[in-house]
Design a protein around this ligand. Sequence first.
Ligand code: FES
Length: 314
Amino acid sequence: MQPKLTAKARCVDGEVGKISKVIVDPLSHEISHVVVREYNGQQMDRQVPMSQIQEIPNEEEIVLRCTSAEFGQFPVLDRDGFVTIHDVEIAHLEDNLHVTPGEVLVPYPRLEHPVPRRSFFANMTHAIGALIALPLAFPVLKYLMKPMYQPFDNSWFSVGNVNKIKKENIGYQFKFTRGFKEAFMPEQQIEKNIWVVQASEKVREAVYGGEDKKFYDNKGDVVWVNKANAPFIGFSGKCPHLGCGYKWRKTRNFPDGVFLCPCHLSLYDEAGKVLDGPAPRALDVLPMEVNGAGEVKIIDIEYKAGVKKQIRLL
Ligand code: FES
């Protein structure tokens, strides 16, 4: 059972406060802590781990394992270390969690969690199963995956006009649609996006380090070169961690904005550099051309997610 946000918190020797917020783990979508506003003293918000809850007799009440004196030892909530779920969008969170939005906090930035023991053994079992099945599945997979080894698609897509961008060093999102064909499935139209920054000299230097950036096809031939002094820079709309879509967001600590990925809270500055979170590399710069009329064209390259090095997939 989940306690209500206003549920009373009782210790073994009496009532100590009311739940004012809950803290959620953005990966598991589980409540990791309840925040209890104490009745006594300075009415501090104290962060109590779920493991310290002995019982939830009903949604109006929780019973803690500690005494009221021990309750005073729980750390005071550092509100600056969290964002609310208004600030980040965590897909399907509401499916597990039935609390009033706005009172739900997510650690900011998220710290890496160790892999739990149970998940480790489950993963190992799956890996052994996969090793046994691989020789049987290989010929079928080889046949099915043949279309994936086609040459990279280096076509240009027109995504919009830079006259929409009014400020320097602020991310602006352009959306576009492209056809995509997966293995033997019929072609589908999919929505994609890129983020474009009108980059100051400092940001251009941070992205290119003073050198033009070359893009290659699968034979190793150069298909395009982004000039290091070009005023606009386009970043792939996929987070290099696991491929989620990210947003340009103003936050408490970054009032001018940063790129914030809602899935596991990676943060990137306006040059795409990782500021925090689990992302293994900077945002992926795409081949981009802006013509005299301001029209933005890109080659929609996709790189492998979750690895430090850029490995082109499409
Ligand atoms: S997909 Fe994990 S931080 Fe973006």
